[in-house]
Design a protein around this ligand. Sequence first.
Ligand code: ZN
Length: 270
Amino acid sequence: MPELPEVETTRAALAPHLTGRVVTAVTLRRADLRWPIAPEIKDALPGQRIDDVRRRAKYLLLDTDAGSALVHLGMSGSLRVVPADTPPRVHDHVDLTLDDGRVLRMHDPRRFGSVLWQAPGTVHPLLAALGPEPLSDAFNTNYLYALSRGRRAPVKTFLMDQAVVVGVGNIYAAEALFAAGISPLRSAGRISRERYRRLVDEIRLVLAAAIRQGGTTLRDYVNPDGNSGYFAQQLSVYGRGGEPCPTCGRALKQASIGQRTSVWCSHCQR
Ligand SMILES: [Zn+2]
């Protein structure tokens, strides 16, 4: 599943190809994605110039005067910019034709992605309840410490709550907690301000490293320039249950926390 780093990598790669381009036509080969494609994509987007390509959590926003196309890649979605005469492959569901002879093409075998619409001056309901971006100034020690007081949930579950902070998925939560020396089982409300300071730093570091490397999770990731590649990030604990801890050599524990597989070192993480 594309995580925040993959979506940010996609945004950065697409932005130079899309910004300033006019959408001249929209082709929906299959509109029955799990979330129906918003009718405005067909009705309001053609003729509009893309002024900016932004990301919020795992959504991409293509901003125009008429509103913003809100792209979610779901489990298996990817985007490419290709010449308009490129024959579509199976699962190429949506084309936005651009005024430079190319198309932005959405590919999504499992169809959990969608293209929604945000009217100007409004916030789409899916974005309204989201916490701050993890790499923004709004995500800081004071924020996380204050919000965590009285919370009994394990800190890992707390971090993965999109209303607390967006984009800290299972991999990044596991890696940041390991780096910060905090047990994923510890109640969020029982962690000191000083330890949250360390955790905020480690969350930022792990996400920034993943963005630099293009994300970690998509084995057959196709980047918007059409190159495919598997961006292997060095992971210390995620996916390594039973293997030796990279710090102390003891076997890493694995268990389910909040229905998500979690791996940690019970010696190094307290
Ligand atoms: Zn250890």
